[in-house]
Design a protein around this ligand. Structure first.
Ligand SMILES: NC(=O)c1ccc[n+]([C@@H]2O[C@H](COP(=O)([O-])OP(=O)(O)OC[C@H]3O[C@@H](n4cnc5c(N)ncnc54)[C@H](OP(=O)(O)O)[C@@H]3O)[C@@H](O)[C@H]2O)c1
Length: 337
């Protein structure tokens, strides 16, 4: 005799994971309740800033970890995106300055990476928090934000207070969030040592230790955290700020002068010049003043130890030692030594 079957389904959130539960009643004899293993739905990860260097590197890493149809990019200009739609990655227009565009760009998102914008101040903070709120509004279970190892509100490095303020505003939204406390991009050292091997002198303002970290390693670490628990990927969940995501060692420009000498075989002398002198040298040589002032703030913050923190977390996430500053310098100087 055919039995009557009654299926009852339920969906819910557990932390930032979405689950589906189906219970089937069979009344042919005794009631039988079948509870299939908890299954996770297809997840959607949305990456913003995917036309930039960091966001595009995160996308490349994620394509090795999750199916392309679980990946979406939100960009200001979809025409700038190359090679993703043909692989099945969703491309949508999303501008942090246009919240309506984010509702469409983040549709169906379970996790959203809010990549910090390439500008400073209250407008940037408002754009970051508006993007995080849009992610929460579409029902995302977790928002990731690219902060910095230095988020001190009183830091002379202008980006640091913006990151600190952004973290505070994201925390107020109420959505689970992870702030990637990224180390200082190591390739930036290339701009600061420019010309030193020709002149034999590294003339810079007084500094302090910085744990210069490869952007590609940071992107690989971000991808591990974004994909954790999806498609068989392992990884930790950090609620709020991560530990500093850095190389294991912080160095000064004294150390860097020594390393350049060792790598190139040319003696490089580190000299200290005054902040104003350095600023004038930079603007006289064509650097835009806001960029020069931002970098001067880096030296001033480094003196306070704002970038001196190091932590093994990044190496543990990516399963290898992050690229050392020596290897970065060798690459910047065009030598394999
Ligand atoms: N950890 C560090 O040492 C360090 C150093 C430098 C910068 N950063 C921060 O890290 C971020 C990512 O680094 P990156 O090297 O990838 O920078 P990047 O190459 O300049 O990329 C910045 C990205 O932000 C996007 N963007 C800017 N304004 C936006 C808006 N209103 N709405 C949506 N997207 C917007 C840009 O889109 P478009 O292509 O449309 O312009 C671009 O994709 C930077 O933006 C900066 O906040 C960190």
């Amino acid at each position: 005799m055919a039995s009557d079957l009654l299926a009852i389904g339920a969906r819910g959130l557990h932390g930032d994971q979405r689950y589906q539960l189906i219970v089937i009643f069979d009344d042919s004899s005794d009631t039988v309740i079948l509870i299939p293993p908890i299954t996770k739905e297809v997840q959607m990860i949305v990456i913003t800033g995917a036309t930039g260097a960091f966001g595009s590197a995160v996308v490349r890493e994620l394509l090795h970890k999750i199916p392309a149809n679980e990946l979406s990019v939100s960009v200001r200009d979809p025409a700038k995106v190359r090679g993703l739609p043909e692989h099945g990655v969703r491309v949508r227009r999303g501008d942090f300055g246009d919240p309506a565009s984010l509702t469409a760009a983040f549709e169906g998102a379970d996790r959203v990476l809010v990549t910090s914008v390439d500008s400073l101040g209250e407008r940037a903070v408002a754009q970051h928090s508006s993007a995080a709120r849009a992610a929460a509004d579409v029902g995302a279970g977790r928002v990731f934000y690219t902060a910095h190892q230095n988020t001190a509100i009183d830091s002379p490095f202008a980006a640091a207070p913006d990151h600190g303020a952004t973290e505070e505003r994201i925390a107020e939204i109420g959505v689970p969030w992870t702030s990637l406390r990224n180390g200082f991009y190591a390739h930036i050292v290339g701009q600061l040592i420019h010309g030193a091997t020709e002149t034999g002198e590294l003339a810079l303002p007084e500094d302090g230790p910085v744990s210069w970290t490869s952007r590609d390693d940071l992107a690989a670490g971000a991808a591990v955290l974004l994909a954790a628990g999806i498609a068989g990927n392992d990884g930790p969940v950090f609620d709020g700020p991560t530990p500093p995501l850095t190389v294991p060692e912080a160095v000064t420009f004294d150390d860097i002068a020594y390393l350049i000498s060792d790598i190139t075989g040319k003696l490089i002398r580190r000299t200290i010049i005054g902040d104003d002198d350095w600023l004038h040298r930079m603007t006289d040589s064509g650097a835009p003043e806001p960029a020069a002032r931002l970098m001067l703030g880096m030296f001033q913050a480094a003196r306070r130890g704002d970038f001196a923190t190091t932590d093994p977390a990044l190496g543990e996430l990516i399963g290898r030692q992050p690229q050392t500053i020596r290897a970065t310098l060798a690459s910047l100087l065009g030598t394999s030594r």
